[in-house]
Design a protein around this ligand. Structure first.
Ligand SMILES: [Fe+2]
Length: 269
């Protein structure tokens, strides 16, 4: 299957490969990403090496590697280039007042850019994610390879309306750092999308939540949050699988800054 999109399926960005702890010295890990078979290992100095499996014995190009937040990222581009930005460390991932890091993994038929567009598409939060009203855009600021976006809306939890403040900070096109705050819960997360081939993507969301004095609450949140976070985002997936990319869609004010995000995204192609 070829791409449904009028641009590359593999924009120039940092992409999550795996958790750093899964890549061990001298062990070969195999991955299917960017339409290729990739081989990853760690040398005796602890440095991660990722290369194309088919050229392993020849003059293979090593991908630029960056480790942050316990995750190994590789920089992929259709043309050789040196990355000029990094993935920032999230302090809460190493803070004892926050939970240990958990990761949810799933796949979708989609393109990496859809996830960045989706994060600012405030209109769809009502129809797709069952929020009672369209959230307000409180902040939208473009800053080179990243942007800051904040929306504040409401969500029904156990029959009660609670405010929901969502802040996202994409770093490149394939990694979105997020912060969600409701009256009952505060979550920090790294949402990563890595293309497997021209039609499928791997999604991995690593997150922590803020603990309080009650260990029972922490225990229950550990039990239910994986499922709750997946349930909040998964209604997008069947839409992504069927969606037709329209270059100049009809947008209205409540749709969020999708057009400006698309313009920002062009720098990665
Ligand atoms: Fe969505």
């Amino acid at each position: 299957m070829t791409s449904r999109y009028p641009f590359s399926s593999y924009p120039s960005s940092w992409y999550r490969i795996d958790l750093a702890r899964n890549i061990l010295i001298g062990k070969l890990n195999l991955y299917q990403y960017f339409g290729k078979s990739l081989v990853c290992t760690r040398d005796t100095d602890g440095k991660v090496i990722l290369q194309d499996g088919r050229t392993l014995l020849g003059n293979s190009i090593h991908y630029p590697i960056h480790e942050a937040n316990g995750i190994v990222f590789a920089y992929h581009s259709d043309t050789p280039q040196t990355p000029d930005f990094d993935i920032p460390e999230i302090d809460e991932f190493r803070d004892p007042q926050w939970s240990k890091v958990r990761t949810i993994n799933y796949q979708a038929t989609s393109h990496v850019q859809e996830f960045v567009e989706n994060a600012v598409d405030t209109g769809h939060f009502v129809t797709v994610h069952q929020m009672p009203s369209i959230p307000n855009v409180e902040k939208f600021e473009l800053m080179g390879r990243t942007f800051a976006f904040q929306s504040v809306g409401n969500r029904k939890v156990l029959g009660f309306n609670t405010s929901m403040d969502i802040r996202v900070r994409p770093v490149g096109l394939a990694v979105i750092i997020g912060w969600t705050l409701t009256r009952m819960l505060e979550v920090r997360n790294v949402h990563c999308v890595t293309p497997i081939n021209e039609s499928r993507v791997q999604i991995s969301v690593s997150y922590v939540f803020k603990k309080n004095w009650n260990p029972l609450r922490t225990f229950i949140l550990h039990l239910i949050l994986n499922r709750a976070l997946y349930n909040f985002t998964s209604p997008d997936l069947p839409i992504f699988a069927e969606k037709k990319y329209i270059q100049k869609p009809m947008l209205c004010g409540k749709d969020g800054p999708i057009a400006r995000v698309r313009h920002w995204a062009q720098q990665f192609y």
